[in-house]
Design a protein around this ligand. Structure first.
Ligand SMILES: NC(=O)c1ccc[n+]([C@@H]2O[C@H](COP(=O)([O-])OP(=O)(O)OC[C@H]3O[C@@H](n4cnc5c(N)ncnc54)[C@H](OP(=O)(O)O)[C@@H]3O)[C@@H](O)[C@H]2O)c1
Length: 262
């Protein structure tokens, strides 16, 4: 399989890319740093794996579009939307969106839309959106998506992770009857730069290499077609997300389309 992993230059994305390459999948390492991408590709190739890099800074929707253009005619079986940030201070992108919202939701939303036609041609296509248990504390602030009135990192992060869950549900509805399966995955607490930025120190947090097996089984394993749109907890089991509100998911989809002009 050919797997595109966003944010594969560190943390969960990097560990996942290495694990996938080790079992023979071809990986496309997405990152925003040319040097970090090159290092990852070199590491994987040194271990006999097949990898190449794709650059795009997700704080620019123009760069997301350019990357999707470059990939449009290439074979991709699995897209893992993993890149993510936690911001302790509000910062807006060149597109006018709060950084957490753009990196964690709008950029993967846009990338997915642009790659969807190619993915739908594959017999076993999958789109995996890395969410978080934090989605349970999230609310979509339709009236102030950038949280300009009252920014805090937790609210911004949980809003974006709820968006990952709702996006997955709506994507599953819209691709029903196709070859595509899509899931939201909570990888659990993993010791990464992102976790360090949150200031939380959850007991039982694991190193990325320790936990990849669990959720890669979701990515690669046989799944029931009825489960598309589902949410996997860190133990690798399907579980109930905080909501299955179809109207909310459709409203988010429509706002995301207009924000990304897709
Ligand atoms: N760690 C946890 O406990 C935990 C728990 C639940 C969910 N998650 C989710 O897991 C995913 C991966 O997080 P992680 O913990 O592995 O974080 P991480 O180690 O900080 O890695 C984040 C990745 O996203 C990339 N990225 C950041 N900003 C970007 C931008 N502007 N454009 C393109 N790429 C960008 C980073 O690139 P650079 O290497 O260039 O920085 C890196 O490759 C996130 O979606 C996160 O919400 C994490």
């Amino acid at each position: 399989m050919e797997v595109l992993i966003t944010g594969a230059t560190a943390g969960i994305g990097a560990a996942s890319a290495k694990a996938l390459a080790r079992v023979g999948h071809e990986v496309i390492i997405h990152g925003r740093s040319e040097a970090k991408c090159a290092l990852m590709v070199k590491d994987i190739q040194a271990q006999g794996g097949i990898a190449r890099a794709e650059l795009a800074d997700f704080s620019s929707l123009t760069q997301v579009r350019a990357m999707a253009d470059r990939l449009a005619n290439q074979r991709i079986d699995i897209l893992v939307n993993n890149a993510g940030v936690w911001m302790n201070k509000a910062q807006e992108t060149e597109d006018g969106f709060e950084l957490t919202w753009q990196i964690n939701h709008l950029a993967p939303f846009l990338l997915t839309q642009l790659l969807l036609p190619a993915l739908l041609e594959r017999p076993d296509a999958r789109i995996i959106n890395i969410s978080s248990s934090g989605h349970r504390a999230g609310r979509i602030h339709f009236e102030d998506i950038n949280l300009r009135d009252n920014f805090n990192g937790m609210a911004a992060y949980c809003q974006s992770k709820l968006a990952n869950v709702l996006f997955t549900q709506e994507l599953a509805r819209r691709t029903q009857g196709s070859s595509l399966l899509t899931y939201a995955v909570d990888p659990g607490a993993v010791l990464t730069d992102l976790l360090a930025k949150t200031g939380f120190n959850p007991p039982g947090a694991k190193h990325a290499e320790e936990m990849v097996g669990k959720w890669l089984a979701v990515v690669l394993g046989p799944q029931n077609r009825d489960s598309s749109g589902g949410y996997f907890s860190p133990n690798g089991r399907l579980s109930e997300p905080s909501t299955r509100d179809k109207e909310l998911a459709a409203r988010l989809w429509s706002m995301s389309e207009s924000q990304t002009k897709v």
